[in-house]
Design a protein around this ligand. Structure first.
Ligand code: FAD
Length: 317
């Protein structure tokens, strides 16, 4: 297995292409997802990230009794990673989240990854449970991603939770998330950056950013990171806009701004193909500038659809 950071080191300064996919809704066939990934393989992504989705709780009457039942709408992160590695011979990077996990469950999950030969992970806190107004860790779980990074890095030194003697060390390369437009809970970008530094100081090897549509936000963010001693690779996350609805939905969910010129281009389009094209053209311009700036990789949020990303990658790689 190759560490993600090795790919960056050995790229000869060339910007790499990478993607994030989400597992299908429970009950759907994996073939459709694989069919979306296949056309992107010609751009040789060295790694594919696979999101992890915490369980949600629903109330259901069972035998006359109202029960709170955990439902995971998109299970299968680990299985998809194994399938990707087998089918496409790429590094699969599962997202590992704190939400819904005790430290013991996290340890067991990481041991499973280790046995499967998966040695790249993206360590995240995860969002609050649906219906909650803030993130509450599971009893005995991590409250913040830096604690998860610490646990993974302890395992890399052969230290398991309750073992007195050293165990066989894992060899995880750890990525973490960052937000050029600030994480929505953070009081300021400065505190958010300090917490990002805490994750990197705990052992994170690289950073992947939330999507952004204004490159200047990314460039300013990287500058601010370097100024406080965050020196690991910072991979920009790109999402091609594809619908008018996203002009409202993306800022609401991801707490980011959409530049006026992009909104205008999307709203000027007369049909869905035109809207998609406006999103593609914007992402191509973003990508050209980022590649020129020498970013290690362009990381595309595909939402498990390949058509727009394929058009963008064809223009850039
Ligand atoms: P943290 O780094 O823990 O930060 C959370 C907040 O707490 C921030 O406001 C930060 O400033 C603050 N903070 C951090 N550390 C501390 C501390 N020690 N003390 C006090 N405050 C602190 N979610 C999923 O559920 N599954 C996924 O697969 C997934 N993939 C993602 C991939 C990327 C690239 C990104 C950018 C996000 C992803 N998310 C995913 C969403 C992510 O889980 C949420 O944005 C979550 O709210 C924050 O996660 P984090 O790891 O950045 O948290």
């Amino acid at each position: 297995m190759t560490k993600i950071t090795e790919y960056f080191k050995n790229s000869g300064g060339k910007t790499l292409f990478s993607i994030e996919i989400i597992p299908p809704v429970k009950g759907q066939h994996l073939g459709e997802l694989m069919g979306h990934i296949e056309p992107l393989m010609e751009f040789k992504p060295p790694f594919i990230e696979v999101t992890y989705h915490r369980e949600e709780f629903i109330e259901k009457e069972v035998n006359g009794e109202l029960k709170r039942i955990p439902i995971r709408k998109r299970p299968g992160t680990l299985g998809i990673c194994a399938a990707l590695m087998q089918k496409f011979k790429v590094e699969a990077v599962p997202h590992v989240i704190c939400g819904g996990f005790t430290q013991e469950e996290t340890e067991d999950f990481l041991i499973d990854l280790h046995y499967l030969g998966i040695e790249n992970v993206l360590a995240l806190r995860g969002d609050q449970e649906k219906g909650e107004d803030r993130f509450i860790p599971k009893l005995g779980g991590h409250a913040y991603a830096n604690e998860l990074v610490e646990q993974i890095c302890r395992m890399n030194k052969g230290q398991l939770l309750y073992e007195e003697t050293e165990s066989f060390p894992t060899n995880f390369c750890v990525g973490v998330a960052a937000y050029p437009e600030k994480h929505f809970e953070a009081v300021s970008l400065e505190t958010d950056l300090q917490y990002l530094k805490q994750k990197v100081d705990a052992g994170a090897d690289y950073v992947v950013t939330q999507m952004f549509f204004d490159n200047q936000k990314y460039f300013d963010f990287v500058k601010a990171c370097r100024a406080i001693g965050i020196n690991v690779p910072i991979i920009p996350g790109i999402k091609p806009l594809a619908t008018v609805k996203q002009l409202e939905v993306l800022p609401a969910i991801f707490h980011l701004e959409i530049p006026n010129d992009l909104s205008k281009a999307v709203l000027a389009a007369t049909n869905s193909a035109g809207i998609k094209q406006a999103g593609i053209e914007w992402a191509i311009q973003q990508g050209k500038e980022l590649i020129q700036a020498g970013v290690p990789a362009l990381h595309f949020y595909t939402m498990s659809k390949s058509d727009s990303v394929r058009s963008i990658a064809s223009a850039l790689f």
